[in-house]
Design a protein around this ligand. Structure first.
Ligand code: NAD
Length: 262
């Protein structure tokens, strides 16, 4: 039997990429696709929306609750407000939820994960999750003596800054170096302060997502980089995460991440 998946934010850049990925996956079937109630696409078949050459038999709707009821697992790529709705609904219906929505640092995911299996990652790509492991190893080996700088670049429409991935990289380094991330992160580069984790942000055009982590001392610089070439990297990871969450944790409330999947 196929895993029934509902997609929230189905008309967004990531929503469309996720639908396309699900259509091509033999383990999953799409049972629902949700967008804002004001959308002109309510009632349209998702096949044509994602550029499939025929109807898929699933129409766009606006009810997160109804789609959550029909689904074995939900995938969300939306906004802070919408992910809150998804979390409340998943908790109420005790349904597994995969969310990649960023800019939600102030939401206490554990509160919802006490009642439902929730998998959240700032970056769903396998590559960035390998980068997180490499960065942790580099911080362990290099220690506190190197300045740490994190640079990220995204498309001009991105709402949050620095990106969730850049913050995740910074938090991983801070916890490895045993320093307080909240106190030691900074964006103002006028004068570099020793021991701080610096962030630099660029925005422009259609860049999907580049991240670079640099460890620098007076003699050398170690750089670890990741560049997303296609949104498929995130969508494929999200579908892999949904399958993992349903197959392994559907009865086990808790907060999971892509680090558990790869
Ligand atoms: P987008 O603006 O293209 O899409 C967001 C969609 O959410 C829009 O279509 C919007 O209509 C929909 N939406 C908003 N409120 C809604 C509601 N109440 N009900 C239903 N739909 C609603 O944005 P995007 O580029 O697809 O990114 C979405 C989020 O995913 C952002 O937070 C982004 O940073 C994040 N993201 C995460 C990853 C990852 O790997 N974790 C990768 C890329 C993007």
């Amino acid at each position: 039997m196929k895993i029934k998946v509902g997609v929230v934010g189905c008309l967004g850049r990531m929503g469309k990429a996720t639908l396309a990925e699900l259509i091509g996956n033999t383990k999953t079937e799409i049972v629902g696709a949700v967008t804002r109630s004001s959308s002109q696409y309510i009632g349209s078949d998702i096949g044509l929306i994602v550029g499939h050459n025929s109807n898929v038999g699933v129409k766009v709707t606006s009810s997160i609750y109804e789609i959550c009821k029909l689904s074995d697992v939900i995938i969300d790529f939306t906004t802070r407000e919408c992910v809150l709705d998804c979390l409340k609904t998943a908790m109420k219906l005790k349904k597994p939820l995969v969310s990649g929505t960023t800019g939600i640092d102030d939401i206490n995911l554990s509160e919802y994960a006490a009642k439902a299996p929730i998998l959240w990652s700032a970056n769903m790509s396998v590559g960035v999750n390998i980068l997180l492991k490499l960065v942790k190893k580099a911080a362990e080996l290099l220690g506190n003596e190197y300045d740490v700088e994190i640079w990220e670049m995204h498309h001009s429409l991105k709402k949050d800054s620095p990106s969730g991935t850049a913050l995740e990289l910074g938090k991983t380094i801070a916890s490895t170096l045993k320093v307080d991330f909240q106190v030691n992160q900074y964006l103002d580069h006028n004068i570099r302060q020793k021991g701080k984790i610096g962030f630099a942000v660029s925005r422009g055009g259609g860049v999907i997502g580049d991240h670079s982590v640099m460890f620098i001392n007076s003699d050398e610089r170690v750089e670890l980089n990741h560049k997303a070439i296609d949104r498929k990297a995130f969508a494929r990871g999200a579908v892999q995460a949904a399958i993992w969450l349903y197959e392994n944790k559907r009865e086990v409330p808790g907060l999971y991440s892509m680090q558990d999947v790869i």
